[in-house]
Design a protein around this ligand. Sequence first.
Ligand SMILES: Nc1ncnc2c1ncn2[C@@H]1O[C@H](COP(=O)(O)OP(=O)(O)O)[C@@H](O)[C@H]1O
Ligand SMILES: [Mg+2]
Length: 428
Amino acid sequence: MKILVVGSGGREHALVWKLHKSPLVKKIYAAPGNAGISKLAECVEIPSEDLTGLANFAEKNSVDLTVVGPELPLTLGIVDEFQKRNLRIFGPTKSAAMIEGSKVFAKEFMKKYHIPTASFKIFERPDEAIDFVKSSDMPLVIKADGLAAGKGAVIINDVNSGVSAIQKIMVEKIFKDAGDKVVIEDFLEGEEVTILAFTDGKTILPMPSSQDHKKIYDGDKGPNTGGMGAYAPTTIVDDRMMKRIYEQILEPTIVGLEQEGRIFKGILYAGLMLTERGPKVMEFNCRFGDPETQVVLPLLKSDLTEIFMSIAEGELSLEEVEWTDDFAVCVILASAGYPDKYEKGKEVFGLDKIEQGEDVLIFHAGTKKEGGKLVTSGGRVLGVTAVDKNVEDAIHKAYASVEKVRFEGAQFRRDIGYGVRRTKREYF
Ligand SMILES: Nc1ncnc2c1ncn2[C@@H]1O[C@H](COP(=O)(O)OP(=O)(O)O)[C@@H](O)[C@H]1O
Ligand SMILES: [Mg+2]
């Protein structure tokens, strides 16, 4: 069969890598893809937001299944567009993707279905939001309603920064109409974890838990990024905690969406805080996370293409999804300046010195080929994933490969995976 993968990051490279292993797959297209993906797939120059262009391409090239990486095409309704044209696609419909596309919708949905989350208020007027901040205890979290490329959530510790965040989001409109409304919620203390789950809208199969390192510097210092590394599974989500997450969060979410006629077939991403009072949802995403995908997919024993086909057909079953007992860690190499303005066009050296295999994988994010050379073309450039039976060995193996990669100004964290060494606490 022929598969089209939409997107161009490390997540999509990991998806293409795993799909490519399937004996069912004859050909993979990636739109638009990147230099790493181009080794396994034919890259086509269609932007991931061009829904009509993508559907036309799938039709013309008899694509059997389309897999969407990023959130934007999903919230724009790519699944609805493909289904209208009888093209098989993997992902939630536009109305179900709102669980990520609107934080106001997600919070009200969670309240309605008693899904644990931080207490919150919603504001449509900046003056009312400011009054609320002035009369509340700190810290608080202010979030723009719509998509803001991971920059729309601000933690505030004093009134002034709250006022300034509200001004920027609601008055200056730095995120355009994504800032028409804001959610202001309580700050949650605890350990942050990601739970991804396969779902066909009825059956829900959680993947191994993972933890993403969002801050740019070691020790979780500095500004937030798209993610500087990840590891899976996390020791803090044991079987008991996973059962609780399933019963209190994943199941009521999928059941609630179904009750509202919002068809969610795809990947549900629950961004959770494990607090002293149990797991609470910080946000939902309607697709795989990046870099979490780069550590979770290497732990999957089963055929991903078969799983996606079953989901698209609405017949996912437990027997289909098997995981190894291994541990995976991924270290991201980023360009100088990232997450602010960053440099591009730097030649990447050293990849040929890395012995790649099933236990050491290089996933490209911001790379391209220029005159026969591999050069940087994005903020996050590469992810190096290592897999091993043992945590320490996996971390060691990942860094041994990271050290071989060279490009001018390359930055990476040296403490990825450290969270796994933290002593396990009891959460109630
Ligand atoms: N209620 C909260 N309490 C503590 N930290 C939070 C809270 N909400 C969000 N955060 C922090 O902010 C980050 C971004 O928030 P999130 O809701 O995931 O929005 P987005 O990913 O769309 O930017 C989270 O990963 C988490 O670290
Ligand atoms: Mg998030």
